[in-house]
Design a protein around this ligand. Structure first.
Ligand SMILES: Cc1ncc(COP(=O)(O)O)c(C=O)c1O
Length: 481
């Protein structure tokens, strides 16, 4: 029996060896850190050199034990420890323990979601989860549909493709899938807030419309779309011979967590025959909170939505879904191949999910959502979300009352953008210094000013720890002023 088995199998010796590998791997992970910091603080040059010295592809394999040893020594100590309460820069979450086990199951079986015969249970579970999610967000379960994707960017581009094809069919009687783009294509316009996620711009570039097709709507003092400006922009564009085909309401902007007024946006979209997409990559997590879910209730008025489970829901990367109110919208991805998803099989009840996705080979990410939902239930998840939102309010209240800080926007979700009043350079230095101490916070720009940012997702973060970080930021602020 070789030292490192090539594959899993029914043989007991293989299974015993594999269990040992898993146990050793976990021990390496746990040995690689010894305090609560989020990062070792190593500088990029030193880390680059260490990584380069690892080598690339040896002629003779070293065997698992030796590779794990080197990985533990060189790589693991400098990985980001997302579970640390000192980590708060991005919409990048720690992960629920049960879903690390889900990842192990996913990797063991390696089922793929393109055709039923590549993942029978995976296909059926994804279907069941997609319809459950549609219902949860207020889409009609019998008409709605969806698909898991690699992340919010892919969910957003999927929605924009669906919206474009739907609009071109209705407006120009054009089947984009078969005939390609209509001559009016360069006049299509998509509307989204000026602080929405850049995946909208990327999508419009990839779809051949270019960044110019993205109309950026100004935001109000709470960082939400100015609906009057939106109406006026659409009216002016229609008058100028352009074709508004889609609007995107953000339910949780990346920096501020602000939630656009999708109810008012719906009226404009109905008037002009536009698709309304909800980018709820961030804010979708509020659905689990009895206390805060009303804040995102207008999602149900949208035609499609993006929900990321690798953000507020605390699942391992990657895990996102695109959901559509009308299953017809996802037909834009349907295509049959003799070798993969034969129509005759589908007539006999074998579902081939490749027909609803941009991807072909696709991970069984739905298992993570299933295991987390079942493990935590609404109550357990509600507590996690409430803690994140509550922590953001606590932090905001503390700094809004402190004359050394600026705190321009009260949070609706779990991020707070703020700054020391002592200026851009001081704020930049504070963030860099904290990074070298193992505390990772965010940095952004608002109205031309450098701002710091806390994105609070970690349910283990306690107010006392928030107070501690505020004290340290103020100390560093004085040092660098
Ligand atoms: C509002 C919003 N939409 C979309 C995305 C893109 O998600 P992903 O990074 O999963 O592609 C993000 C990422 O932070 C986001 O904040």
């Amino acid at each position: 029996m070789p030292e490192t088995p090539v594959l899993l199998s029914e043989q007991e010796a293989v299974q015993e060896k594999f269990k040992e590998m898993i146990r050793e791997t976990l021990e390496s992970v746990f040995r690689s850190f010894s305090d609560g910091s989020a990062f070792s603080g190593i500088n990029p040059y030193e880390l680059r050199e260490k990584i380069c010295n690892l080598g690339f592809l040896p002629q003779e394999g070293k065997g698992f034990d030796r590779v794990l040893e080197e990985t533990e020594k060189v790589i693991l100590p400098h990985m980001l420890r997302t579970w640390s309460t000192n980590y708060m820069p991005h919409l990048h979450s720690p992960v629920l323990t049960e879903t690390i086990c889900s990842e192990l199951i996913i990797a063991c079986f390696n089922d793929s979601l393109d055709s039923w015969d590549q993942g029978p249970a995976a296909t059926e579970l994804e279907e069941s989860m997609v319809h459950g999610l549609a219902d949860l967000f207020g889409f009609p379960a019998d008409k709605a549909d969806g698909s898991f994707t690699s992340g919010g960017s892919q969910s957003n581009i999927s929605a924009i493709i669906a919206a474009r094809d739907w609009y071109c069919a209705r407006r120009f009687n054009r089947d984009v899938k078969k005939e390609g783009l209509p001559p009016e294509y360069s006049k299509l316009r998509l509307y989204t807030s000026e602080i929405s996620h850049f995946s909208m711009d990327k999508a419009c570039h990839i779809l051949g419309m270019g960044y110019n097709a993205v109309r950026k709507i100004p935001v109000d003092s709470k960082c939400r779309i100015d609906v009057d400006a939106f109406k006026k922009m659409v009216e002016d564009d229609v008058a100028a011979g352009l074709y508004p085909f889609c609007a995107v309401a953000t339910f949780g902007t990346t920096d501020f967590g602000s939630i656009d007024d999708a109810r008012s946006m719906r009226e404009v979209c109905d008037k002009y025959g536009m698709h309304l997409h909800a980018d709820a990559a961030y804010g979708s997590g509020l659905i689990m909170s009895q206390k805060y879910k009303e804040r995102i209730s207008a999602i149900s008025l949208c035609d499609s939505l993006t929900a990321d489970f690798h953000k507020m829901f605390l699942l391992p990367i990657s895990c996102s879904a695109i959901l559509v109110k009308d299953a017809e919208l996802l037909k834009c991805f349907e295509l049959h191949a003799d070798y993969l998803n034969r129509e005759e099989d589908e007539e006999d009840g074998y579902i081939n999910l490749v027909g609803k996705s941009m991807q072909t080979t696709r991970r069984f990410d739905a298992l993570k959502v299933f295991m987390a939902f079942q493990t935590r239930g609404v109550d357990g998840y509600g507590k996690i979300i409430d803690k994140a939102v509550g922590n953001a309010s606590y932090f905001y209240d503390r700094i809004a009352a402190d004359p050394e800080f600026l705190a321009p926007v009260e949070p609706e979700l779990s991020s707070v953008v703020f700054a020391l009043k002592s200026g851009d350079e001081v704020n930049k230095k504070v963030r860099r210094q904290l990074l070298s101490e193992g505390t990772v916070i965010g940095q952004t720009v608002m109205d031309g000013r450098v701002m710091l940012k806390f994105t609070l997702l970690n349910p283990n973060l306690e107010p006392a720890k928030i107070d501690e970080i505020i004290v340290r930021i103020k100390e560093l602020g004085t040092q660098f002023a």
